[in-house]
Design a protein around this ligand. Structure first.
Ligand code: 4NP
Length: 142
């Protein structure tokens, strides 16, 4: 069982998209039982809020539900519990390293930043980038 946590700034756009895209890819590959997948934020800005509607609609357009997900901040326990912690952009990475100095599990989802659709409004590009990263994770860890 590989435990994977996705992290972004607010946990209402990119990281929940990654959580549910990878869950979908794993299910389609018949590998759901091999993974535990979740997502969290570096900030407390959106604590308790559901996935942002445009992100939810983008997932739905690809046949993916994110029902029931609410935002939460990453904890020290997450750093112990999860095997792989993927962040969406370099500023998330800096913030994680300052919150949990010395933790070695943090890595970027892609070698480039996943632009924040909260600011760009471009949920399609976010979806495409995140799906690319999730596909790679499945190939590497699956
Ligand atoms: P996310 O997008 O990090 O992809 O979930 C954001 C959502 C909310 C905020 C920032 C980014 N916010 O500042 O509230």
């Amino acid at each position: 069982m590989k435990k994977i946590l996705f992290v972004c700034l607010g946990n209402i756009c990119r990281s929940p998209m990654a959580e549910f895209i990878l869950k979908d890819l794993a299910a389609k590959a018949g590998k759901s039982a091999d993974f535990f997948i979740a997502s969290a934020a570096v900030s407390r800005e959106e604590e308790g809020n559901p996935v942002y509607p445009p992100a939810r609609r983008e997932l739905a357009a690809h046949g993916i539900s994110c029902a029931g997900k609410t935002a939460r901040q990453i904890t020290r326990q997450d750093c112990r519990d999860f095997d792989y912690i993927y962040y969406m952009d370099s500023s998330n990475g800096r913030r994680l390293r300052s919150m949990f100095p010395g933790e070695t599990k943090f890595q970027p989802l892609l070698s480039r930043d996943v632009a924040d659709p909260w600011y760009t409004g471009d949920f399609e590009t976010a979806y495409r980038d995140i799906a690319e990263g999730c596909q790679r994770i499945l190939e590497e860890l699956g």
